[in-house]
Design a protein around this ligand. Structure first.
Ligand code: PA5
Length: 449
C-alpha cells in the first residue's frame, strides 16, 4: 500500500525552498529529541512509540468487549468524554461512516453518540429521551475522573442505565477508561466492578486516540482498529528519527508551517472537500491549538468544509487579511460512484457534465480553489490521502501527532501541557460556589458587581 504524501509546491511563492531547508537540521534534531524523550514535557511522550508498542492483549480485550456488547444487540453506544477523550474517536468514526448512518441505523454496529462534551441541558435532555427507547450501553472516558462535563453526563446516564436495566445489568453496560491507579473514576470503577481500560500515564488526552480512549468506540462502531494501528505503525517508520528531512513528511510539515509563521502567516486553515472529514479537522485543531498556543505564540488552527464554506468563508480567504495559509486534506479515491445524468431541457446548463462523476467536479473545485487562493496570497499545503479507510486514517493521525511534537519544539514551547485550560474552570467553579473556591467566588462577585 502507498502512503499519504505531502505536496509543498503551492507554498514556494511565499517561502522559498531555502527558507524551508533552513529548518532541516533543527527539525531532524527535534525528531530525535522526541524519540529519545529528552525534550520539554518528556513525561508525556508515551504516544511516540504507541503504534509499535501497543500490546496484542489490549487489542484482543477491545475485540472481546466489542463482541460482548454486540451480543446485547445495542442500538446506541454513548461515549462520554471531552477534548482528547472524544475528538479522536469522533473523527475516525465520522470519516469512515455512511453520512446518513444516524438515520439508517443497524444492529450490526450500534450508532455511536457522544455526551459530556458540552454542558447543554437541551442536548442531555434530548439524548436521554432517545436512549429511553433504545438498547444502549456507554463508556465513560476521563483520565482525571473529575472533569465537570463528562462527570455530570455520567452521573445522569448511570442513573438512567440503572433505572432501565437494574444495577447489575447496568454495571455490565458501562466501560470505564481512565487512569491505571489514581482518580475518582478508577475508584468508582473498582467499587462498581466496571470493565476498565487504562489510559497510559505518559499519554495526554489529545494524543490518546490510538489507546483504548479512541479504539474502543471505533471498534464498537464496526471499524477495524488493527488496520488503523497498522497505518499508524507504517507512519511511525516513515517519519522516524533516522529518516532524512527530504523524505520525512512530518519534519517537512513542521518546518514549512514554522517558516510560514515566521513570515506572518498566523492562521492555518485545515480544508476538506468531504464532509466526513469535518471532525478530523476538529481533532487536528485540538491537537495543534492545545499543543502550540502558549507563551503568547503559536499558529491559530482553523478549519473549513469546502465547497460548502466557499459560499461563506471563501470571500475572506480570497481577499481578507493576508495572515492565512491552508492545509488541504485531498482524498484521491472516493468509495462510491455517482454520475451526472443528462437532462432533455438542460435548463440548469449542466449537460456539459453529463456522464461525468460527481467526484470529478469536486476535484476541479478543489484545484480551481487552490489556484485562486494561492493567486490571492494564501499559501497551500496539500496532504494526499489515497482513500478514506482505517489504514490511511491511522497514517494521518500519527503523521499529525509527530509533526505537532516537532513543530512545537521548533516553536520552543512544551507541546504536551495545557496550563491555559484551567482558567475557565477556576471561574466556573467560583461562580458555581464550589466548596474550596470561596476566595475566588468573593473576588469574582466583587468584579461582576
Ligand atoms: O488533551 C487533553 O488533555 C484534554 O483535552 C483532556 O483530554 C480533557 O480535558 C479531558 O480530561 P480528562 O480525561 O481528565 O477528563
Amino acid at each position: 500500500m502507498s502512503n499519504i504524501s505531502l505536496q509543498l509546491d503551492k507554498v514556494y511563492d511565499f517561502v522559498s525552498i531555502e527558507e524551508i531547508q533552513s529548518y532541516k537540521k533543527s527539525a531532524e534534531l527535534q525528531n530525535i529529541t522526541l524519540r529519545n524523550k529528552t525534550g520539554k514535557g518528556n513525561d508525556f511522550l508515551g504516544w511516540v512509540d504507541l503504534p509499535s508498542s501497543i500490546s496484542e492483549s489490549v487489542l484482543e480485550e477491545i475485540e472481546k468487549v466489542t463482541l460482548k456488547l454486540k451480543s446485547k444487540h445495542l442500538e446506541v453506544f454513548v461515549v462520554i468524554g471531552i477534548g482528547g477523550s472524544y475528538l479522536g474517536s469522533k473523527a475516525v468514526i465520522d470519516a469512515l461512516s455512511d453520512s446518513f448512518a444516524q438515520i439508517k441505523g443497524s444492529f450490526e454496529a450500534p450508532l455511536v453518540v457522544f455526551a459530556g462534551q458540552n454542558i447543554s441541558e437541551d442536548y442531555l435532555f434530548e439524548l436521554r429521551d432517545l436512549l429511553d427507547t433504545k438498547e444502549w450501553a456507554c463508556a465513560i472516558i476521563s483520565k482525571s475522573g473529575t472533569t465537570t462535563e463528562p462527570a455530570l453526563a455520567f452521573r445522569l446516564l448511570k442513573q438512567d442505565l440503572e433505572d432501565k436495566y437494574g444495577v447489575d445489568e447496568a454495571r455490565k453496560r458501562i466501560i470505564a477508561i481512565t487512569d491505571g491507579e489514581r482518580g475518582a473514576l478508577r475508584t468508582l470503577a473498582v467499587e462498581e466492578g466496571y470493565k476498565t481500560f487504562v489510559i497510559p500515564d505518559d499519554v495526554g488526552g489529545r494524543y490518546s486516540v490510538l489507546t483504548p480512549v479512541g479504539l474502543i468506540a471505533i471498534s464498537i462502531a464496526g471499524f477495524d482498529v488493527r488496520e488503523l494501528v497498522r497505518g499508524a505503525q507504517s507512519m511511525e517508520v516513515a517519519c522516524g528519527a533516522d529518516v532524512p528531512f527530504e523524505k520525512n513528511i512530518a519534519a517537512q510539515y513542521a518546518a514549512v508551517r514554522n517558516a510560514l509563521y515566521a513570515k506572518g502567516k498566523k492562521v492555518e486553515i485545515m480544508v476538506n472537500y468531504n464532509p466526513k472529514l469535518h471532525f478530523f479537522a476538529e481533532w487536528w485543531k485540538q491537537l495543534y491549538g492545545e499543543s502550540e498556543g502558549k507563551e503568547f505564540k503559536g499558529i491559530f488552527p482553523a478549519s473549513v468544509d469546502f465547497s460548502s464554506d466557499l459560499h461563506s468563508m471563501g470571500q475572506y480567504i480570497q481577499e481578507g487579511e493576508r495572515m492565512l495559509f491552508e492545509t488541504v486534506l485531498s482524498v484521491g479515491q472516493v468509495n462510491n460512484e455517482v454520475l451526472v445524468p443528462s437532462d432533455k431541457d438542460d435548463l440548469d446548463k449542466l449537460n456539459f457534465l453529463a456522464g461525468k462523476r460527481v467526484d470529478y467536479i469536486n476535484k476541479m473545485a478543489e484545484l480551481g480553489t487552490m489556484i485562486a487562493h494561492v493567486d490571492g496570497g494564501v499559501p497551500n499545503i496539500k496532504i494526499n490521502i489515497p482513500q478514506l479507510n482505517e489504514f490511511y486514517l491511522g497514517q494521518l493521525i500519527y503523521f499529525f501527532e509527530i509533526a505537532c511534537g516537532i513543530s512545537g519544539y521548533l516553536l520552543d514551547v512544551n507541546p504536551f501541557d495545557q496550563p491555559g485550560v484551567e482558567a475557565y474552570k477556576k471561574n466556573m467553579f467560583a461562580l458555581l460556589e464550589k466548596p474550596g473556591f470561596e476566595k475566588e467566588t468573593a473576588e469574582l462577585k466583587a468584579r461582576l458587581g
